[in-house]
Design a binder for this molecule. Structure first.
Ligand SMILES: [Fe+2]
Ligand SMILES: [Fe+2]
Length: 154
């Protein structure tokens, strides 16, 4: 997905590299880069089926939401730690509007809180991550999914 010469794709590669630098749990972590890649694919697919979803924000969420995890188990504030970085790197790395930045901050902050969102962009972010729950032996449940597109898949 990120090998194109397209400027946006190259920028995503720069974001991925930045996220990898933040990430301390190693490439084979269940919350690491392989997971980010699958969340990316899920998110692009869900955003394509969800009117009003901002796919740019969803793509960035996939790369950034777990980058500040400090362990592979119980770490309820890891999304809020990731969100704290975003304002600082916007302008240099992210190039988001104020509205997009706010959506990305909210999506990262709350993604591990077990709630749903009626906002199409945040919903696609959280569902893209939750469709990945089977990697931890957990079946995604409709009541914890925000989008019809994701509920239709389980
Ligand atoms: Fe997470
Ligand atoms: Fe995740």
């Amino acid at each position: 997905m990120m090998k194109s010469r397209n400027t946006k794709a190259n920028n995503l590669e720069a974001v991925r590299k930045w996220a990898l630098k933040q990430f301390s749990l190693g490439d084979s972590s269940i919350h690491g880069p392989d997971h980010w890649e699958r969340v990316y694919e899920n998110g692009v697919m869900l955003a394509g089926k969800t009117p009003g979803a901002d796919v740019r924000v969803v793509k960035l969420f996939s790369l950034l939401h777990d980058c500040r995890r400090e362990n592979n188990n119980y770490d309820p504030d890891h999304g809020r730690r990731a969100a704290e970085e975003l304002e600082q790197i916007n302008g240099s790395l992210l190039h988001l509007s104020d509205i997009q930045l706010e959506l990305l901050v909210q999506a990262c902050s709350g993604h591990a809180d077990g709630i749903t969102s009626s906002n199409p962009t945040i919903g696609c972010c959280w569902d893209a991550d939750r469709l990945e729950l089977p990697r931890a032996g957990i079946k995604p449940r409709a009541q914890f999914l925000s989008t019809a597109a994701a509920r239709n898949l389980i």
